[in-house]
Ligand binder design. Structure first.
Ligand code: UD1
Ligand code: CA
Length: 467
């Protein structure tokens, strides 16, 4: 097996995206597009991994290094084409004679098993280059594969340089190549920019190699999706759809029920237990772990959170928090970061919870805000209750001990503690601690003025008569 160096091309601006965000940083299933080619090079066990950067280099370099600290970033100062991009790499490979695997940062759907094919092929043949091609109903925008009568790859012609006859060809270049290192750099030196776009095309090395008598092999991929390139926002949305569906299928194979994979958005690095049902329009981000036999969605958004078993999360958002077993959240609840919610808890309609600990069996059923609070076991929070946790300077804690019953529409002015098994009366503004087993009542006493309406009506009638 020859040694392999990978080179990821990522210096282009991505003009056709019409965006200020560099193309390769646009997210695909929640990860920057460039993540996928970096990740695949690492998982292939390639030791020397090079990335060519140019447009917005500093910004992209940070992302590259956060994914692959060992990647060598090479600067292509002027983006004069894919051939010139590879030439920038030559000084790093002067004593290298193995295979150069060229990947494009804008082709994220490529699978590791598919790459194995091209590497094995290049390894076992005498070809100067092996590349992936596919046949498309609409090959518009891609370089076309020119084969001779015996079916050998002869050249690649870019879209803007196609003759009318070549425009009929539907076999396209996937932009993924294995090169013999020495032959690659010899050919690159001969590439000219005498084409429509005045760029140095990497694809020109194919004809140069063939003219020299070198063999170029084209492997036709049956599934064109894998080498779909992203140049426009429309293509980005199509690739996103495919990636999300692919992620959903992986979970379905492991026993998760996903009602509509086309409308379910699971990022990579998400774990879901068997028997869990994911309803449509649910987004689950990287790092989330969901137990078994849960019902998640429709319309739930779970960001980096841990959810136990048999828990329901209906039309709600859970951010960087932990939810226990047999707990029910929503509809329309928002669990904000650093919350820990235990087992058999109910968080109901329009409830916001922030940095709060809620113990087993507690119910917070309607229209409530809990911030910086600690709730014990079997607490009941009445509708419309809020913790007044912020005094304009600092956040203060609220403690509600086991078995407490908070009446409806309470304002709990923190810092405050409601002792074990106590009650607070509906409509109270609680500013002082309530001792255990007591009733806290803090509201004006009601007064009824009997006959007030009759008096009012009489007065009005008299005024009218006077007019
Ligand atoms: C390229 C191929 C085309 C192929 C298609 C597959 C060339 C000339 N054409 O076209 O045959 O069908 O990919 O997706 O190679 N880049 C640099 N430096 C540059 C220019 C580009 O690093 O100076 C990078 C880009 O960031 C991108 C990749 O190379 O990641 C491909 O460039 P792009 O402009 O997208 O090429 P295509 O027109 O898609
Ligand atoms: Ca492209």
């Amino acid at each position: 097996m020859s040694a392999i160096t990978s080179v990821i091309l990522a210096a282009g601006q991505g003009k056709r995206m019409n965006s200020s965000l560099p193309k390769v940083l646009h997210p695909v299933a929640g990860k920057p597009m460039i993540f996928y080619s970096l990740d695949i090079a690492i998982s292939l066990g390639i030791e020397k991994r090079i990335v060519v950067l140019g447009h917005q280099i500093e910004r992209i370099k940070d992302t590259v290094n956060s994914i692959d600290r060992e990647a060598i970033c090479v600067h292509q100062r002027e983006q004069l084409g894919t051939a010139q991009a590879l030439q920038e790499v030559e000084p790093y490979l002067s004593d290298f004679s193995g295979i150069v695997l060229v990947l494009s940062a804008d082709v994220p759907l490529l699978k590791q098993s598919t790459l194995h094919k091209i590497i094995n092929h290049q390894n076992s043949s005498s070809a100067c280059c092996t590349l992936f091609t596919t046949k498309l109903d609409n090959p518009e925008g891609y370089g076309r594969i020119i084969r001779n009568k015996s079916g050998e790859v002869e050249a690649i012609v870019e879209q803007s340089d196609l003759s009318e006859e070549e425009n009929q060809i539907n076999e396209i270049n996937g932009g993924i190549y294995c090169f013999n290192s020495k032959e690659l750099f010899t050919a690159l030196a001969l590439v000219k920019r005498d084409n429509e776009q005045k760029e140095y095309y990497l694809t020109d090395v194919i004809k140069i190699m063939r003219d020299k008598g070198c063999l170029v092999e084209g492997i036709i991929l049956k599934d064109p999706a894998e080498i779909m390139g992203i140049n426009t926002q429309e293509e980005l949305s199509r690739v996103n759809q495919i990636m999300y569906k692919r992620n959903a299928l992986e979970h379905m194979e492991k026993g998760v029920t996903i009602i509509s994979p086309e409308n379910t958005f699971l990022e990579k690095n998400v774990q879901i237990g068997k028997g869990t049902i994911i309803y449509p329009f649910t987004i689950i981000t990287a790092g989330s772990e969901i137990g078994s036999n849960c019902h998640i969605g429709p319309y739930s958004h779970i960001l980096g959170s841990h959810i136990g078993n048999q828990t329901k999360i209906l039309s709600s958002m859970v951010e960087q928090s932990q939810i226990g077993n047999k707990t029910s959240i929503g509809p329309y609840a928002h669990i904000r970061p650093e919350s820990i919610i235990g087992d058999d808890v109910k968080i109901g309609n329009y409830v916001e919870v922030k940095k709060t600990y809620i113990d087993t069996g507690t119910r917070v059923s309607h229209l409530t805000y809990l911030g910086d609070a600690t709730l014990g076991k079997k607490v009941n929070i009445g509708a419309g209750t809020i913790t007044c946790n912020y005094d304009g300077i600092r956040k203060n804690p609220t403690t509600i001990e086991d078995g407490v019953f908070i009446g409806s529409n309470n304002s709990l002015v923190a810092p405050v503690t409601i002792g074990k098994n106590s009650y607070t009366a509906a409509g109270s503004t609680i500013t002082n601690n309530v001792p255990p087993r007591s009733l806290g009542i803090a509201r004006a006493r009601q007064e009824n003025i009997v006959g007030w309406v009759d008096k009012k009506n009489k007065k009005e009638q008299n005024t009218k008569r006077e007019k």
